[in-house]
Design a protein around this ligand. Sequence first.
Ligand code: IMP
Length: 421
Amino acid sequence: MQTMAIIGAQWGDEGKGKITDYFAKQFDYVVRFQGGNNAGHTIYVEGKKTVLHLIPSGILNPECVSVIGHGVVLDPEVFKVEVEALIDKGVQVSNKNLIVSQHCNVITSYHKLLDQMRDSKGSQKIGTTGKGIGPTYEDRCARKGIKLIDLFNKETLKTKLTRLLKEKEVLFKELYSVKYSSIDEEVEKLFELGKYLFQFSGDTFSELDQALSKNKKVLYEGAQGVLLDLDYGTYPFVTSSNTSVGGIYTGAGIPGHHLDEVLGIFKAYTTRVGEGPFPTELHDQLGVDIQTKGHEFGATTGRTRRVGWLDLPLLRYVKRSSNLTAIALTKLDVLEEMGALKVCTHYEFEGKKIEISYPGLDLSKVKPVYKEVSGFTTVFKDGEISPEVQSYLDMIENEAGITVKMIAYGPNRSELKILKH
Ligand code: IMP
């Protein structure tokens, strides 16, 4: 296998970081192609917890080159902090194993402020991470974004920042009555950060183009999940990038190649952070128990994640909309000793039976229909997958028409099992 994508198959937080970390040792490159530091990939190596927000999970494997593609929105402050923290932990990080596209759009303090003001004082609360992701993508679409390359020239930076602030200033002053940093302060800060980032910046498209033509192996690491995709997700309660497989083609490029494997990462139950519809959400003590046992608290914002049953209409939809070739089912251990389990097999909506969700389906109005399946006390029995877990996996495969390629059953790097090659 030369190319593989790892895609969140729910609303994010499926455990992608750990799966990417597992596969990274088989690949020459690990590439982020969308999102920014709104992601939080938690990985445990030898019991030590590492949370990566921006840097690809491949960084923990010294042989692997980590790439931040041009589709990522880059907070240069976070980048520096994360690189320095990794170096402090003894991780090898240099421009030999970390390359950032100079064409990335940069998150400025104005974007962060606007994001926070809108979500706290605006007319529609999305529950964003407040990291400036949405406003930065907006400026990219409006063709007035600041690119990483702009940070290397003070004059260009000042001109572009001044243009960018002109409209935002009206919002900060008139709508939100909030203080914001002056152009000169912002220019100085970003220019200094630019000096640091310069060593890591490059033309990542050509790097990947050449790597692929030399038969190097490339792994694309998704952030968030398909249900938060700007086009395929539960709009408007989504993030501002294409988290589905399509984001790879526009956010990093896969010149002259196709994807050999698109692995969807799917939790054995469902979680969601922030606002938005969630058909199988649990509002009872069981939901709280799963939340507590699964440590369902956001790696980026610390917010509590909402918890619900496994949702097959959404899995079938994500499989089709991101061309998943297989799934990894994570956090199976969390369901141990939770009693009988429920699985949503289909929805009822306006008198119709819906087996596969679709863009624009109002998930706040569907009625989930469940079937009950046997729970399990342990994932493994005598070293083998227990019969109840096996039937849970078989049920998912049969109902969704997809192979469960691997399972994860604990936070550690080793708590993974490949089922099918
Ligand atoms: P934004 O990406 O900060 O604009 O937030 C938009 C929505 O996506 C909010 O509901 C966030 O909670 C959600 N979101 C963003 N990043 C993640 C993630 O990595 N995991 C789960 N939810 C996320």
